[in-house]
Unconditional design. Structure first.
Length: 253
């Protein structure tokens, strides 16, 4: 489980649940914690209260693990609380409070470029029946040409071309802003990226689908072994096949 979480790349991962043992007794978890890749939130916050009283023995078998990226959300006000509840027999819910979830987001600058026009061959004949009003642009063009302002000339030409094509291709008025801006200096806009979006080194959506397919296959193999036979239910096989067809071949090299 920790290996699959690590394959996601530098994104925050939180694993919470019933581990059926104290994380302090798990060699695998302790190895990951000692390497600085994971933390046990309860231990880090100094609250190792028991979470289970099954079999008349009190143990801390419910925990919240956070990888090093997720742990950046911990602040001086963060706390881990073990609450008493009658809804979950023999277990007490473990809750982490007052984390800075905003640390999982980042702001980047994105250039918004004009949308590409369709092929000009799709422009119907007779479009020139409604000529453009180019008087003001012609004056701006002449002035820029005489003073050698090539940037202004490019901007005027871009505006004329965009106006002509949006009219000729019958683009709706509420969509025309997406096609304009050629010849102008584009200012970047601020975009907020969530932790769920792909980062460098993170696996793609296709890879995630393949992981899910492999888990389904492993589950079907376990079902087959329990039935003491090599085959699986036909409807489960068809479901698995549909999932495999949606993903690319798995690279085993």
């Amino acid at each position: 489980m920790l290996k699959e979480a690590a394959a996601l790349g530098d994104v925050p991962v939180i694993i919470a649940g019933d581990f059926n043992m104290d994380t302090l007794e798990s060699p695998g978890i302790q190895s990951a914690i000692s390497q600085g890749q994971w933390i046990d939130a309860a231990v880090a916050m100094g609250n190792t209260s028991p979470t289970s009283d099954a079999g008349k023995a009190t143990r801390r078998i419910d925990a919240i693990l956070m990888n090093r990226i997720a742990a950046t959300a911990i602040t001086s006000k963060t706390e881990v609380v073990v609450e008493n509840s009658d809804l979950i027999p023999t277990h007490s819910p473990v809750i982490i409070k007052n984390t800075n979830m905003g640390r999982y987001w980042e702001k980047t600058l994105k250039m918004i470029l004009p949308k590409q026009f369709e092929e000009t061959s799709k422009i119907p004949k007779g479009t020139n029946d409604n000529p453009l009003d180019i008087t003001k642009r012609a004056q701006a063009w002449d002035k820029a040409r005489k003073t050698g302002q090539t940037d202004t000339m490019l901007e005027v030409f871009g505006e004329l071309l965009e106006e002509y094509l949006t009219s000729a291709l019958d683009i709706r008025d509420d969509q025309r802003n997406k096609y304009v801006g050629r010849g102008k200096i584009t200012k970047p806009v601020i975009k907020i990226n969530s932790a769920r979006q792909k980062r460098k080194g993170a696996i793609s959506k296709e890879d995630i689908n393949r992981l899910k397919t492999m888990r389904t296959l492993e589950q079907l193999i376990r079902i087959a072994k329990k039935q003491n036979g090599p085959s699986t239910p036909s409807h489960e096989t068809m479901k698995l096949w549909r999932k495999v067809k949606k993903t690319r071949p798995i690279n085993t090299g």
